[in-house]
Design a protein around this ligand. Sequence first.
Ligand SMILES: Nc1ncnc2c1ncn2[C@@H]1O[C@H](COP(=O)(O)OP(=O)(O)OP(=O)(O)O)[C@@H](O)[C@H]1O
Ligand SMILES: [Mg+2]
Length: 271
Amino acid sequence: MSRLRLEGVTRRFGGLVAVDNVSFEVPAEGVTAIIGPNGAGKTTLFNLIAGALPPSAGRILFEGADITGRPPAGIAAAGLVRTFQLVKLFEDLSVLDNVKVGCHLQGKAGLFGALLRFASAREEEAAVDVRARELLAFAGLSAFADEPAFGLPYGRQRMLELARAMAAGPRLILLDEPAAGLNTEESAALARVIRRIAEEGTSVLLIEHDMTLVMNTADRVVVVDFGRKIAEGTPTEVRANPAVIAAYLGTGKSATGAAVTASDHQETARG
Ligand SMILES: Nc1ncnc2c1ncn2[C@@H]1O[C@H](COP(=O)(O)OP(=O)(O)OP(=O)(O)O)[C@@H](O)[C@H]1O
Ligand SMILES: [Mg+2]
């Protein structure tokens, strides 16, 4: 059984079809990426999956259960969590407390949640502390545990957001452009963390414009353009797909993320 399954999902905003009859599956194992030009409907897809928006049509199944139209808190509690395109942290709380809030907020899903259910308040607090510190170590943030979140450099804030989302041991995590604004080194560290999340059994679905990150982390790629799925396959397959190349030509960017020059356009047109 796939971890997530979209069946003919559509979302209209007035006359605009932001997501148009999209179907794909996210397997339990590994990392799946969604790529596509700006405005293609990627974030809207996440909003539909996470329950922030109801679809106009179609069905969304999480671990076989129909979650279409369920409220976001219920979906998160079932083990499907997300991060946002723009960082949202509790800026005045310490780095450690941000992760602790994640432990408490994200319901009682997964192994860690089961542990909390049987604990007294004191034991629960101790377990949350241990778990939160483990996650900080995982995200390379141990040295910043007691600092306020607002003081972290941007790349570390993104890592903290990831650690917080991982706090309750989700079954599936949605990451919206996690590498946006990161430098090469931070992006490489992020890629390693994403691979580890997948290796430890959380399926990852990520939206990303940074094709280096996609090539380094994704096992499968779904490509969307104007709300429609136009291709699906391994990173190498989709990069060579003519429909994908054509979709990116109009944007002035190639599917490799590099700027496309006029001669590139002619090369592709000829090739
Ligand atoms: N709440 C909304 N109300 C009206 N239109 C919306 C809403 N959310 C998104 N849209 C529109 O839907 C289309 C898809 O937007 P979306 O944010 O999903 O694109 P995206 O692929 O995430 O783009 P980017 O790569 O720039 O983040 C856009 O035309 C956008 O303006
Ligand atoms: Mg977006």
